[in-house]
Write a protein that binds this ligand. Sequence first.
Ligand code: ZN
Length: 99
Amino acid sequence: MLLPGYPPRWYSQQVETWLDFMRMGRGHFHPARCKVCGDGNHNGVHVSQTGLCPVHSVAVMADNLHQLRAHDGPRFTHWRYKLAASVGAIPLDVLTGDE
Ligand SMILES: [Zn+2]
């Protein structure tokens, strides 16, 4: 039996706020479509956290591997810059302007 004025209005408002909090997302953005081909969950294709379908994630990984082995290409340049930045340095060709 509910008594008049019970549960108190502030209590029911807090419960509603808590339920809203439980329904909220947690800030984890997960891409729904591949950023290369546009396939996604609507086609039954899994999309990784980086926004790539299985086909394109393997292609990007192979491209990365080939560029690192060849010591050439934009992915290799990115790797060089980030590796230098990890120890607080910058590549020498940036200093001399020979990019
Ligand atoms: Zn794709």
